[in-house]
Design a protein around this ligand. Sequence first.
Ligand code: ATP
Ligand code: MG
Ligand code: MG
Length: 368
Amino acid sequence: VRRVGIVGCGQLAQMMAQEARPLGIEFSFLAEGDENTTCVDGLGTIAHAHEGDDIESLYRAMGSPEVITAEREQVSVALLRALEKFCPVYPRPDAFETTQHRVREKTAITAVGLPVAPFLPANNYAEICAAVQQLGYPSFIKSCEHGYDGKNQWRVNSDEDLAAISDAPEMEYVVEQGVNFSREVSLIGARTADGQVVTYPLAENDHYRGTLLVSTAPAPHVSEALQHTAEEYLAKLMSAWDYVGVLAMECFVTENGLLINELAPRVHNSGHWTLAGAETSQFANHVRAILGMPLGETHCDRPAVMINMLGVDEKPALPNEGVWSYGKELRPGRKMGHVILLDDSQEALAARIDSMLEALYGPSKRPA
Ligand code: ATP
Ligand code: MG
Ligand code: MG
């Protein structure tokens, strides 16, 4: 049997294991600190990492896997580098190091000639003000590290907004020019160490209060040319980084084409639709990629929609939907699961999104 170790025990690890176990692959999971492991209970061995652990024992406790991957962005790069002495770690630790820090990430993207919104680094409030002055309103101020689901970032539209954050603590920020986009889309692709690449159709993403709520694929409002451009961008990044595994690329669609917003070196929420909507899911292809197996077909026959269950875990009482429940303890706003709808046309699908949002969230059709 082939053994894969995953650092992290959340729903992404759960879905990787669920999707790849039928291929005869065994999994182990590494929990960092007091991380909750309920998502991966029953899916493989669970080992626990603590500060100062002997890495070789840790690797053995994971069942000496032939390759190790991670399910979250904020994984310890030092831990990944230490584990790399025993087996390959894919995506490479360098990819995590780059994408964990927004200025490093944007610098790496522009270094291969790809477009991002104009940005400036800033380390304190005075530098933030100088950067906003240069970039204009609206601007986005984001902490370089530890930001996700729109947390640790502020949109400033005016001098008043800027004054309101004058107590921003000294740390590393990036200040980005606000992008006037028509849509947000993401591209998910996978690459093997020997350079096989597959990509999925672009998904269009709608956020609510900074968290992804609905992904539709193929993105209904984009041209084939845009799909092609996105594929070129992702392939360029993956080959420049000698990337192995799934890489997700979030983009803004603007009048002047695509701008890359950010990258995630892992399977991505905007690719969950592939569980039901594509021939091979992003999870199966991630595992195939890190094991150097032939990558699976990414074609999708029918349009798909994924709706996140945020802070709700009741199975919606609507027919013909697939519900993935992660088995987590209910907490406000928490990603508890998702629903995938498939239909024959984008129009038919669009009509069902609203009813599903209402079934999940009530008349407001939005998470509490
Ligand atoms: P994620 O949960 O996707 O990792 P995040 O916290 O890392 O999110 P971003 O993706 O950088 O944050 O930003 C969150 C959302 O804020 C974006 O999807 C977009 O809607 C909006 N946004 C961010 N930066 C800009 C910008 N420069 N111009 C316009 N809108 C932006
Ligand atoms: Mg992010
Ligand atoms: Mg994002």
